[in-house]
Design a binder for this molecule. Structure first.
Ligand code: SF4
Length: 209
């Protein structure tokens, strides 16, 4: 089977077993943007504990834009890297208000102009909010697609490019969310549980880790 056909089969099997839901909780578009920024080097579960308090204290973009950095820092400390993240949230709020009329923009080029926003976050926004084809490359995505042999690189941009060529456009965003659920459940970083994996028949790394 060629890589494209294998990818199609992997998409089908993951679809049968895992939901396409995003693990980050957010109501408004910019909240998802901010939650994703906070999730860098932090677990989604921890971000989900912090954001309800944060979004109550700063209920709109204006309040983020006018906030003292120390106040944002105090709220987001548990997420780590809190100096940088607090600065990014404030500057991001200012940029959204000044450059995009208070709305989250819907193109990669525009999203990448926002402070602290890289391709991973931009793709998550494009997929979840704008329902555009988007490959969200995180640690689960890199690990699992390499184990499965449908990617052969750990460089996030190359993984994104390779997967874009073999995953159907309308499946891309959901596929990446499913990889996160699958990575937490079975194909874990340490000791993947290959014995109960629905992909084991076609995985070159089965029982190798
Ligand atoms: S067989 Fe093992 S290594 Fe391969 S995808 Fe499943 S859990 Fe991961």
């Amino acid at each position: 089977m060629n890589t494209e056909k294998r990818a199609k089969e992997i998409v089908r099997i993951l679809k049968e077993n895992y939901p396409s839901t995003c693990s980050l909780e957010a109501v408004r578009d910019y909240e998802l943007l901010f939650a994703t920024r906070l999730s860098a080097q932090c677990t989604d579960a921890r971000v989900n504990l912090v954001t309800p308090v944060l979004f109550r204290k700063f209920p709109d973009l204006d309040s983020f834009a006018k906030a003292d950095l120390t106040e944002i820092e105090d709220c987001i400390k548990p997420c780590g890297l809190f100096h940088t993240k607090a600065k990014d949230l404030k500057l991001c709020a200012i940029a959204l208000l000044e450059n995009f009329g208070g709305h989250v923009p819907g193109t990669m080029e525009e999203l990448l102009t926002l402070p602290g926003i890289g391709r991973k976050t931009a793709n998550l926004i494009l997929g979840d909010i704008f329902h555009k084809p988007a490959i969200v490359v995180d640690t689960h995505c890199i690990r699992i697609t390499n184990r499965l042999g449908i990617c052969n690189t750990r460089d996030p941009y190359k993984v994104e490019t390779e997967l874009k060529q073999i995953i159907e456009p309308d499946e891309q965003s959901d596929f990446c969310h499913r990889l996160v659920h699958f990575g937490r459940d079975i194909c874990k970083a340490k000791k993947p549980e290959c014995f109960r994996c629905p992909l084991k028949e076609d995985c070159p790394s089965a029982n190798a880790n």
